[in-house]
Design a protein around this ligand. Structure first.
Ligand code: ATP
Ligand code: MG
Length: 445
């Protein structure tokens, strides 16, 4: 609906009779999404949204559902990540809303935001705000404002829509930037020409939505995106890392990296990185090999950084301010890469495989397995992951002490030998292990 139309309906709906409302709806193409909300969101959330809108209205505030969930409602894609914006005071309203649900509330008074959590649901609530950027890449200066200004500060038209939750306009779509049209035409479009220079993280975000939704960057948006690639230098490592982490949570991050490689965006992370077919193959392989307990972000990062030298790896770690464990995964992956030679020996015993691999984390091993061309190496790495890393002897230090072994380095050595014997299948029961220890003791006498 156009701005004039919405203004008209805002002013008239309160008192007008049904026919006038209906007439305006037709003239201004008011789109009401209340049935989509009902169909696509769980009943508990729908009830919450109704009640929240009513409570806000009682306080003289207007409440809206905004951003990704609106986009996904229109796309008929599941998204229960609710973002609410209130023209008023989000923290105050959030406190009122906790009375609806016995949930947890977290507030950030500095940002005027609050999070409500109950059971498996979580809802973010923010005060409608406008933003101004003192300089490119800086965090914006924010001020309480109207829903219109709040939507105008957003990244793309498809993310800049809202649905009114206040009872007399419940379900009405607010689409001031043509987001619905762009959704229909599969286009990612920025709201104004300074968008990428104000906040260059939108470059990565744009590529992410383009690939996720199988959309295209609108012509002018693409032109400005390319022109503003140097502005990525104005963004802190933490913020870029966050965008990368979001990318690695997508279904096919390799598609985003390929596009980022072609456009020259990837080179801004490190000039030696490539988003090529090799990487795509490794990512697919890694997804097959990985298990839910392996941190995907670390694994993908390790594969992306795989072709880098030690020195380049360090540069990437510091540029992206990687977390301790991500940095460790990259270092592990790199150092294991240099040890793959011995692992290609078909005669390796399980205990030798264990000794070569036990100090490396699972993501580093999976990264190397995904990257290795040797079937034997891959088999050895997989054997370690599936089996060898879990093998332990039954006898522990206490048991050995009880059997008469003196404490000290010797005891540790015997434990290691027992472990090797277990790995190589030379002992398979407690009795076997005790016999082995006894034989050593006899030999020493
Ligand atoms: P996703 O499904 O990826 O979570 P989303 O649309 O919910 O998509 P979020 O990153 O959760 O995206 O952000 C919520 C909303 O905040 C976006 O829809 C967008 O309107 C706005 N937003 C987020 N990051 C930016 C940014 N860098 N610049 C402008 N608006 C942004
Ligand atoms: Mg989101």
């Amino acid at each position: 609906m156009g701005e004039v139309g919405r203004e008209l309906s805002n002013n008239l709906c309160y008192n007008a009779d049904y026919q006038i409302v209906d007439f305006i709806a037709k003239m201004t193409k008011i789109i009401n999404l209340s049935s989509q909300i009902k169909e696509q969101l769980p009943t508990k959330l729908v009830n919450f949204l109704h009640a929240a809108g009513e409570i806000a209205a009682k306080q003289g505030q207007k409440l809206y559902l905004v951003g990704g969930v609106v986009r996904d409602l229109l796309l008929k894609q599941a998204n229960f990540d609710l973002d609410l914006v209130v023209e008023g005071d989000a923290i105050n309203l959030a406190k009122q809303l906790t009375q609806l649900k016995q949930g947890k509330i977290t507030t950030h008074p500095h940002f005027g935001t609050a999070k409500l959590q109950w059971g498996k649901w979580s809802v973010d609530l923010a005060t409608a705000r406008s933003e101004t950027y003192a300089k490119p890449g800086a965090l914006p200066v924010v001020e309480p404002s109207s829903i219109d200004s709040d939507l105008s500060r957003r990244d793309f038209t498809i993310n800049a829509m809202a649905i009114c939750l206040t009872p007399d306009h419940y379900g009405e779509l607010i689409d001031l930037h043509g987001g619905r049209d762009d959704l229909e035409h599969g286009l990612i479009r920025i709201l104004h020409k300074k968008s990428f220079s104000d906040d260059a993280t939108r470059i990565w975000r744009g590529l992410r939505y383009e690939q996720r939704l199988d959309f295209q960057l609108e012509k002018n948006t693409l032109k400005l995106l390319k022109r503003n690639i140097p502005m990525l230098d104005t963004i802190s490592g933490d913020r870029i890392r966050y965008e990368l982490e979001c990318i690695f949570k997508e279904k096919s991050p390799e598609k985003i990296l390929r596009q980022a490689g072609e456009l020259g965006v990837l080179a801004k992370l490190h000039p030696s990185l490539k988003g090529n077919g090799w990487l795509a193959g490794r990512f697919r392989q890694a997804r097959q090999l990985s298990s839910p307990d392996v941190p995907t972000v670390g694994l993908y990062l390790a594969l992306l950084a795989y072709p880098l030298t030690n020195e380049e790896n360090k540069q990437l770690i510091s540029h992206l301010r990687l977390t301790k464990s991500q940095a460790q995964t990259l270092r592990d992956t790199n150092s294991l890469k240099d040890k793959l030679g011995p692992l290609a020996d078909p005669e390796l015993t399980p205990s030798r495989i264990y000794s070569l691999l036990h100090s490396y984390s699972a993501p580093a091993i999976i990264a190397n397995e995904s990257a290795s061309d040797s079937p034997i190496t891959r088999r050895h790495l997989q054997l370690f992951l599936d089996k060898l890393r879990y093998v332990k002897p039954i006898l522990n230090g206490d048991a050995l002490l009880k059997m008469g072994i003196a404490p000290g380095p010797h005891l540790k050595e015997i434990l290691n030998c027992l472990h090797d014997a277990r790995l190589d299948g030379k002992v398979t029961s407690r009795q076997d292990e005790e016999n082995l220890v006894k034989r050593w003791l006899d030999k020493e006498k």
